[in-house]
Design a protein around this ligand. Structure first.
Ligand code: ZN
Length: 484
């Protein structure tokens, strides 16, 4: 009877994209059920919970939408596909009594350095890139994921909240995010109460940890992974956490004899097939070739490129990861009479009539319509046919820039500045990026050439990075040598 119910569930699930797993996993699942009924594994029961399954789903979805806006998602198809594949395999291995209507397990990779991961009620999971980089096997990544999935399936977040005061779902979603971002800054653990409700969903007690370890081990074995690798990953997390202790272990404290308890459970379980995709090493080398991940501190200070916090449709915005400007500079000679130095990791990406753009990798986007835009970098241009008056010609250039960029506006007073050894003007501006939809800082500097044309240097950077880039733009301007 039980088998029939499970089979039905499984066939329904095959309609939503896991069809190719069905054939390989079905025998494994039936076998796992046989194991379950012979009680050769620790029996785990759901905790008392005064919230509905729908509450879990709603809470998790709201908090996940916010997390995707405020955290820098890696957005790499291959890495995402790898993690989703491991996750789908694990989610399929959840025992039938812990499957809940509306729960959907999703997996996002955050471009963050620290070894951490968290899962929200109803299924959305976020894994830091640092977690994948620290793991030495696919099963270790699966171990952390299986443990997180167990917390979700056991509804530990709302079960924990059941012990506290009743709260409004809407209010809680915001606070979960506060705890995530606060936790990212490393403060949530020491000042947990400050984030109130949020910590219910991210920080667990020893009993829930014990349950998540055991159920995680059971899920792993059914998905074809050695559960002992979960314990190995916890050791790695501990070893790499440094003196302050890694955040993941603070949120998932050792229930006592953790490794031994997992090993004991593992000895009662049979690993069903081989869950390894064989892709782990290539995913790791792919990550190693990328620009470094953001640190928690950079994210907390708003220095990471994220999907939000705009209210517009996030899906049509491109999220890009850009290397910070190098301290070393490289000199270019864009014209016979001009020399300019820019950070060494910037390159001349677009040289067209009268202008050249220097931008870091990822800071320049060629649009489908043939147009282009840059989010980080400097554009050097020459505008001919002005009246020969620096102030008036600058104003005219500004007017034409506003025409092309309706969101462009002044962000401070213009000031006189010596550029290329002659009189110049610098105007701080603010714009909304065509690429990211987020506010960006723009510095427009102008000076005149002997033939009366206007030389302009336009620096662009995301608003949260304005301070850093302001110094870079100044240094670039000061490097300018004009010999016309
Ligand atoms: Zn845990």
């Amino acid at each position: 009877m039980k088998d029939t119910v499970t089979l039905t569930t499984f066939q329904l699930r095959s309609n939503c994209g896991v069809a190719r797993l069905v054939n390989t996993l079905l025998p494994a699942l039936l076998l796992a059920l046989a194991v379950a009924t012979s009680s050769a594994q620790t029996k785990i029961a759901l905790e008392k919970n005064s919230y509905s399954v729908t509450d879990d789903v709603k809470l998790g979805q709201e908090a996940a939408a916010e997390a995707r806006k405020q955290l820098p998602m890696l957005n790499d198809d291959q890495v995402d596909a790898f993690v989703e594949n491991v996750g789908a395999r694990l989610a399929t291995a959840i025992a039938s009594e812990f499957r809940h209507a509306g729960f959907r397990y999703t997996f996002d990779v955050v471009n963050q350095k620290e070894i951490n991961a968290f899962a929200l009620p109803g299924g959305p999971m976020f894994l830091n890139r640092g977690m994948i980089e620290a793991a030495t096997t696919e099963a270790q990544v699966a171990g952390v994921m299986a443990h997180e999935i167990a917390h979700v399936a056991l509804r530990h977040g709302t079960a924990q909240a059941t012990k506290g005061q009743k709260f409004q779902i809407g209010a809680a979603a915001g606070q979960i995010l506060g705890a995530i971002v606060g936790g990212t800054a490393g403060s949530v653990i020491s000042q947990g109460s400050q984030f109130g409700l949020g910590t219910y969903f991210l920080k667990y007690g020893r009993e829930y940890e014990r349950q998540a370890d055991l159920m995680g081990a059971q899920i792993m074995s059914r998905a074809g992974y050695d559960p002992r690798e979960m314990a190995n990953m916890f050791k790695t997390i501990q070893a790499e956490g440094g003196s302050g202790g890694p955040e993941w272990l603070s949120s998932h404290p050792d229930p006592g004899n953790r490794s031994d308890a997992i090993a004991k459970e593992a000895s009662m379980l049979r690993i069903e097939g081989n869950g390894n995709s064989g892709q782990f090493q290539s995913i790791k080398s792919r990550l190693a070739k990328m620009s470094p991940a953001y640190t928690a501190e950079q994210i907390a200070k708003g220095q990471a490129t994220t999907g939000g916090p705009t209210t517009g449709d996030a899906a049509d915005r491109r999220v890009i990861n850009v290397e910070p400007p190098s301290n070393a500079y490289r000199t270019y000679q864009p014209a016979n009479f001009l020399r300019i130095s820019v950070p060494a990791n910037w390159a001349a990406v677009d040289a067209s009539a009268g202008s050249v753009t220097y931008a870091p990798k990822g800071g320049f986007v060629q649009g489908d319509d043939g147009g282009s835009a840059f989010t980080h970098g400097v554009q050097l241009g020459v505008v001919q046919g002005g009246g020969g008056n620096l102030q008036q010609d600058t104003q005219q250039l500004l007017t034409s820039l506003v025409r092309a960029n309706p969101d462009l506006r002044a962000a401070g007073k213009s000031r006189r500045e010596t550029i290329g050894g002659r009189q110049g003007i610098t105007t701080p501006l603010s714009n909304v990026s065509h690429v990211t939809g987020e506010r960006e800082y723009v510095a427009l500097s102008t000076t005149q050439l002997r033939d009366g044309s206007l030389l302009s240097i336009i620096g662009v950077a995301p608003q949260p990075d304005a301070k850093t880039y302001e110094n870079i733009f100044r240094r670039v301007r000061q490097s300018l040598q004009i010999a016309d």
